[in-house]
Design a binder for this molecule. Structure first.
Ligand SMILES: Nc1nc2c(ncn2[C@@H]2O[C@H](COP(=O)(O)OP(=O)(O)O)[C@@H](O)[C@H]2O)c(=O)[nH]1
Ligand SMILES: [Mg+2]
Ligand SMILES: [Zn+2]
Length: 295
């Protein structure tokens, strides 16, 4: 039987079979590295259980950062939804890293600018997003206080796809998930305060189906940033699509685009064709991944 992993807790996985039936599955032996979104072949056991025999080929695999390491957490993602808000201010660095993670894994990113009902931060937020708009990233304005509008704008983009939600805490990720998938009952901050935990304690990733159409969303509570340490230098450069045409004119095939003579990227940077902030982000990510490899 074939199915898809919709949640993972240690070595226990919830697998949704092709007919929609759910089975609690586990792995035998040393098999590890299975994550939410994976398609698997299982051996059914009893009515509701099974063992995972095989992970089917992945379209891609995403990592979250964990200290100096990257830990895999979701597979077979078609699209990334990066949630930012008019307030509080969001991090340019994290937004850039999310885009790099998406592009290096061949995933299309979309930015959701949430809390557009709060007019005071709107202009500043739009201005910070301008560099991403120029890179061709779709930017959708929304507010959870306009739920019908939010669904009308977003649902067509989510159709038939597996989308991953990502955002810094406080941007409205859980609130948006609740609008799109009322059953998700994702913990909003208020809810976790009510539970007395004060902060997100659960970090379990879960795949939800959209109620009104095919397509699903993967949510990962407490998740802020992709892990990028495992990326090679080429992967990282692929995470900066505006470098591509300039890399073609680099003198050395293994150019790192940091200091080499005859580097097309550095030349484009000098000419203002590549943004200085973008190149600085590239350098930070590259140096971190090199440091993590040594570590
Ligand atoms: N004004 C306004 N507040 C929002 C909106 N979306 C979320 N919030 C509030 O922002 C806070 C953080 O939302 P939450 O969904 O928990 O954010 P998360 O940490 O990204 O999951 C909560 O107090 C929400 O009520 C919105 O569109 N407009
Ligand atoms: Mg949340
Ligand atoms: Zn170069």
């Amino acid at each position: 039987m074939k199915g898809r992993i919709i949640s993972a807790h240690g070595r226990h996985y919830q697998v949704e079979l092709e007919d929609g039936h759910l089975r609690q599955c586990y792995t035998r032996g040393k098999k590890t590295g299975i994550c939410v979104g994976d398609f698997v072949r299982i051996q059914p056991q009893g009515e509701d259980e099974g063992s995972i025999e095989e992970t089917l080929e992945r379209q891609n695999l995403l990592y979250r950062s964990d200290e100096m390491r990257s830990k895999q957490f979701a597979a077979n993602v078609d699209q990334l939804l990066i949630v930012v808000a008019t307030e509080p201010a969001f991090s340019d660095d994290l937004t850039g890293r999310a885009l790099t993670g998406a592009w290096s894994a061949n995933i299309n990113p979309i930015i959701l600018l949430n809390k557009c009902d709060l007019a005071s931060g709107l202009a500043r937020a739009q201005e910070s997003l301008e560099i991403y708009r120029e890179l061709g990233v779709p930017i959708i304005s929304c507010s959870i206080y306009e739920p019908e509008q939010l669904k009308q704008d977003l649902l067509p983009l989510l159709k038939d796809k597996t989308s991953l939600l990502l955002g810094q805490s406080g941007m409205g990720k859980s609130s948006i998930l609740n609008v799109l998938i009322p059953d998700a009952k994702a913990h909003t901050q208020a809810h976790s305060v009510a539970l007395g935990t004060g902060k997100h304690t659960t970090t379990s990733t879960r795949l939800y189906h959209l109620p009104s159409q095919t397509g699903c969303l993967i949510d990962s509570p407490g998740f802020q940033a992709f892990g990028l340490y495992h990326l090679t230098q080429t992967d990282i450069a692929n995470g900066f699509p505006e470098f591509k045409e300039h890399i073609e004119s680099c003198r050395f095939y293994n150019c790192t685009h940091l200091h080499e003579p005859g580097c097309g990227v550095l030349a484009a940077l000098e000419e203002g064709k590549i943004g200085r902030k973008r190149h600085e982000l590239y350098e930070r990510i590259l140096l971190e991944s090199q440091a993590a490899t040594r570590y």
